[in-house]
Write a protein that binds this ligand. Structure first.
Ligand code: ZN
Length: 227
């Protein structure tokens, strides 16, 4: 009950719409749960997340829980996860995605959940990688293990801002390394991300995993930006 007394003075707010949460609501309010832009294409092999990787990286399955609309609830939630330390919302949304894909056969051969690593400098400033709680939520509902630090980012040799667009793209490809290759050899690895935008990071990480012996790559994200 102590927690509820605290709520009277510091009401917990829904990270999607900023309204105070009711005592029976955890993490996300009922209104957001009912009205967010949830994707219903998880079982489609030609869904927009799959299409993003066509001709770039062979993915076994790929999907995103939500569509990312600027100024929308999904953006607010992911902002809370990335910049305000609301790790619970990441875990909760990860769990929601897990529950939706669990019955779908194309996701059932996943062996390992790998959170996409963030830049070490960002990690130092933020203190956490926001893709880890998402993977933990997925792990709970799917019953699959999370493998952190399988993929590491090499230290940047040059600041990205000083490079041109093409060089920057080449740079992104060169910055990932797979350590402990035995953990991914022969495994169907699902990469876990918060927002998929251009897919460049996942393309680079996925390529590094395949070179290290992973048998299949899938992509599980909270949101897909753009159309
Ligand atoms: Zn809400």
């Amino acid at each position: 009950m102590k927690a509820r007394v605290i709520d009277l003075f510091f009401p917990r707010c829904c990270p999607g719409c900023q309204t105070p949460l009711l005592p029976q609501e955890s993490n996300i309010c009922v209104d957001c749960q009912m009205n967010m832009a949830f994707n219903d294409f998880h079982d489609r092999p030609d869904n927009p997340v799959m299409q993003l990787f066509w001709g770039r990286l062979y993915v076994e399955s790929a999907t995103a829980l939500l569509s990312f609309v600027k100024q929308g609830r999904a953006q607010a939630m992911i902002h809370a996860l990335k910049y305000h330390g609301n790790l619970e919302v990441g875990k909760y949304l990860g769990g929601m995605l897990g529950a939706r894909i669990k019955p779908i056969p194309r996701y059932q051969s996943i062996d390992l959940l790998v959170p996409v690593p963030i830049h070490p400098r960002k990690l130092q400033i933020r203190g956490y990688n926001q893709t880890v709680p998402i993977a933990e939520g997925l792990a709970e509902t799917l019953g699959k293990p999370v493998a952190e630090e399988v993929v590491v980012r090499e230290k940047h040799r040059e600041s990205q801002t000083r490079l041109g667009r093409i060089q920057r793209w080449q740079n992104v490809e060169s910055v990932f390394e797979v350590g402990k290759g035995d953990r991914v050899a022969g495994k169907h690895v699902a990469l876990v991300d918060d927002v998929v935008t251009t897919g460049a990071t996942i393309e680079a990480v996925g390529g590094a995993l395949l070179r290290a012996g992973a048998s299949k790559i899938s992509v599980l994200a909270l949101a897909k930006a753009g159309n």
